[in-house]
Design a protein around this ligand. Structure first.
Ligand SMILES: *[C@@H]1O[C@H](CO)[C@@H](O)[C@H](O)[C@H]1NC(C)=O
Ligand SMILES: *[C@@H]1O[C@H](CO)[C@@H](O)[C@H](O)[C@H]1NC(C)=O
Ligand SMILES: *[C@@H]1O[C@H](CO)[C@@H](O)[C@H](O)[C@H]1NC(C)=O
Ligand SMILES: *[C@@H]1O[C@H](CO)[C@@H](O)[C@H](O)[C@H]1NC(C)=O
Ligand SMILES: *[C@@H]1O[C@H](CO)[C@@H](O)[C@H](O)[C@H]1NC(C)=O
Ligand SMILES: *[C@@H]1O[C@H](CO)[C@@H](O)[C@H](O)[C@H]1NC(C)=O
Length: 242
């Protein structure tokens, strides 16, 4: 038989073609279809807290929509589960819903930045939280060589891994939660828990703004209780009359 020698190369060529066809088919899902931040983070495998927060704050949907509708792209700084668990205990729970949204928005920049872009960008870099409360809510980048650091003014860390770095979306792993300095400036409860002696400097102003910000809610709560009380007394009186 003269065939096997011929068939063998053909067969192995076929195998090679098949495996070649399979290798590129793994990254293939990314380019087509709308970009889904949650899916990218899920693949990363260590972002369950961030995924949960993106979901509850609906910032995840916002990112996906904006990616589909803007030409600037976006950049997400993704704290790992470790980063969240390294926060002082109660940090997240002490944030009201609005602050949780602000915290997550602060991890998102409304523009695509490659690592090289971050090295030359002019500081501070606007985030999705910028402009709220008249605060800057900016991030500060610095670097040497290939190393990029990000700082909030309160927290600084290095940017190591990119989960994705391809316009229009960059997702970078960060091993610290980027606590905005606006939290410690405007609303004491979050980042400045040191119960040491000299918290007095800022706590005056912070307490008053914090109280002012929360006043409407507790005020309406009291109002509702008041209405309930009046209605209850009214019903009681009607009961007496009938
Ligand atoms: C994004 O991906 C997540 C996780 O894979 C999935 O639960 C969600 O439905 C996706 N969202 C959209 C809009 O496709
Ligand atoms: C997102 O939140 C909804 C309810 O608000 C929940 O049904 C859903 O499972 C959550 N998805 C993820 C990925 O956490
Ligand atoms: C993306 O935008 C296009 C038009 O701008 C729209 O038709 C499409 O439904 C959008 N897709 C998503 C997932 O929002
Ligand atoms: C980056 O941050 C690390 C600490 O996380 C620090 O040791 C290093 O000096 C910083 N590098 C630059 C260029 O700021
Ligand atoms: C607290 O601040 C005052 C001045 O503002 C200073 O004299 C004092 O030493 C400070 N105390 C501590 C414990 O830092
Ligand atoms: C704190 O309050 C005292 C009086 O209550 C005031 O004299 C002082 O200036 C305030 N400090 C700041 C930083 O606002």
């Amino acid at each position: 038989m003269a065939f096997p020698p011929l068939l063998f190369p053909l067969f192995s060529l076929l195998l090679a073609t098949l495996s070649l066809a399979q290798t590129p088919s793994a990254p293939a899902p990314t380019p087509e279809g709308p970009i889904n931040v949650t899916a990218i983070l899920e693949k990363g495998g260590q972002y369950t807290t961030l995924i949960r927060l993106l979901n509850t704050t609906q910032v995840g949907d916002q990112i996906n929509n904006q990616l589909n509708n803007s030409h600037d792209g976006m950049t997400v700084f993704a704290p790992t589960d470790n980063a969240f668990s390294n926060l002082p205990s109660g940090t997240l729970n002490n944030l009201n819903p609005q602050q949780q949204v602000q915290l997550i928005l602060y991890h998102v920049a409304p523009k695509y930045y490659s690592r090289a872009d971050l090295l030359t960008v002019s500081n501070p870099v606007r985030t999705q939280a910028s402009g709220q409360d008249g605060g800057v809510w900016g991030l500060y980048f610095s670097g040497e060589g290939n190393q990029v650091n990000v700082s909030t003014g309160v927290v600084e860390t290095q940017i190591n891994n990119a989960l994705r770095q391809e316009a229009p979306l960059a997702v970078y792993e960060v091993d610290k939660v980027l606590i905005p300095k606006e939290f410690s400036e405007a609303k004491a409860p979050v980042a400045s828990p040191p119960p040491s002696t000299n918290t007095s400097t800022g706590s005056n102003t912070t307490k008053s703004t914090g109280a002012a910000a929360e006043a409407p809610e507790s005020g309406s709560g009291r109002l509702q209780m008041g209405v309930g009380l009046v209605a209850g007394v009214g019903l009681f009186c009607m009961g007496l009359l009938s």
